[in-house]
Design a protein around this ligand. Sequence first.
Ligand SMILES: [Ca+2]
Ligand SMILES: [Ca+2]
Length: 168
Amino acid sequence: MLACITRKAAGVVAIALAACDPCAPDEYEPNEAEGEAAVVGDITTDLSEIDVNFSTQEDVDCFAYALPEPILEQIPILYIEMKGANREDFSGSLTFACDAGEPAFFSCNNEDLTDTTCTVSGVEPRFRVSYDCDPDTDAIGAASLVVCLERPTPNKLCVDYSVRAYFN
Ligand SMILES: [Ca+2]
Ligand SMILES: [Ca+2]
């Protein structure tokens, strides 16, 4: 079987063979930076799943989610899971903001953080987030977040992946 020779691997030009053709950009492009993140809707207790791809080796995909006030009696836990990408590593960053004011606390992947950004890397990583934007009542307040994903060491020209987001 012929191997793909890619720009990063060869350092010169891309030689795309049949199995290694670039794929068409996903429907959320362009979304290369936090400021141009694609708006992908709300995170609720219903699973939100989007099917996307890294259409080039350099592709960066940023997605913006709204977090409406959850109707729960305790602090919820929010998951954002990256699946697929043919087992290639992801590199991801998450930036969180309360709609009003600063969070009373923000925790990501079991670390309490004073700033509201968090990073992950690895094969099929996930963010596990909890927060409280409304410390004075039982409510937790509305918020939003942006996730940016890329491949630090891409092997293939393009790969499909999905992003799943939900409150548990
Ligand atoms: Ca993409
Ligand atoms: Ca992109």
